[in-house]
Design a protein around this ligand. Structure first.
Ligand code: ZN
Ligand code: ZN
Length: 308
């Protein structure tokens, strides 16, 4: 179906690339996610995962022009460091519309150029010969058949969450956020980490009805205690969100560089157990490089036909 959102993970790690055998299951590349809806191509963030996405696009398009939108959640280094290695941007026939918020130091163009300027990189952004258009995302906008809403997420310096809707398909991308910090009862939550969070209705509305939510779940509850204010969620926060908005699937994202594959799997198991104890029909999984997920309602199992 052309109006289904297909989500592919190219980089799932937070903070810094973490290659090696201990992270090969979920992958070591930093944030990059591809969404396809028919022929429309929407990319999120340019962490180190975008290098391999670029190679894949060149293979898939086989010489035909690549035309895509690249949406930035924010410009922390783990979300932009792959941009100079996104080979598609060096090819003149390609076109990219790049969305990112203005910051005090400049717009997304200035900040992406900055990491390639002077002593930081051998070539300048001007070497990118593709057509690059820069835009500031508004609260609601549309790319082809995809309706997009944004929400400010609580994260040091700010980050944008994106909600995509196309046909019956709803996908929310909410990396880099510490939802506890905007809980209306955050003092209570600070004392009792398992207490239900209360949020402004708009926060819950943003997530409601999603078939797939990809969410920052960097820390176990134990680690989070040492990392309050760093801008990332814990397992308890994500379980509580699932209880309040019941997405079809929840994907743990922005894995901590200190979390090897076994530790991420333990977090997924932990969250699945807690959801099951609450009788919630939410499928939890760890985002891993190379995985593609369809953000739609699961099809009902085919009816059994009695054998004669
Ligand atoms: Zn990050
Ligand atoms: Zn960040």
């Amino acid at each position: 179906m052309s109006d289904e959102l297909l989500v592919t993970f190219w980089g799932t790690r937070g903070s810094i690339p973490t290659p090696g055998r201990l992270t090969e299951k979920y992958g070591g590349n930093t944030t990059c996610v591809e969404v396809r809806c028919g022929d429309e191509l929407i990319l999120f963030d340019a962490g180190s995962g975008i290098r391999e996405l670029g190679s894949s696009l060149l293979d898939r398009f086989a010489g035909k022009p690549v035309n895509a939108s690249l949406l930035f959640t924010h410009l922390h280094w783990d979300h932009i460091q792959g941009f100079p290695f996104f080979t598609c941007t060096y090819i003149p026939s390609n076109k990219f519309t790049i969305y990112g918020e203005e910051r005090a130091a400049g717009g997304v163009k200035e900040l992406l150029s900055g990491q390639m300027a002077g002593d930081y990189f051998p070539i300048q952004i001007s070497a990118m010969q593709a057509e690059l258009k820069f835009k500031t995302p508004s609260e609601e906008f549309q790319i082809g058949p995809v309706k997009i809403k944004t929400m400010q997420l609580p994260h040091p310096g700010g980050a944008l969450g994106y909600r995509l809707e196309a046909g019956d398909s709803v996908f929310v991308f909410a990396t880099d956020c510490e939802l506890d910090s905007i809980a209306l009862n955050k003092d209570e939550v600070a004392k009792n980490h398992l207490a239900p969070r209360r949020y402004e209705p708009a926060v819950l509305e943003f997530f409601k009805g999603a078939h797939l939510v990809v969410i920052d779940c960097q820390y176990t509850d134990q680690v989070y205690r040492q990392r309050v204010g760093w801008g990332h969620n814990s397992v308890a926060t994500v379980v509580d969100l699932c209880e309040q908005v019941e997405p079809g699937m929840i994907s743990l994202f922005h894995h901590d560089p200190q979390s090897n594959d076994e530790m991420v799997t333990q977090m997924v198991d932990d969250i699945s157990r807690r959801l099951a104890r609450k009788n919630l029909r939410v499928l939890a999984f760890g985002a891993r490089e190379g995985l593609t997920v369809k953000a739609t309602k699961p099809k009902p199992a085919p009816a059994l036909i009695a054998a004669h």
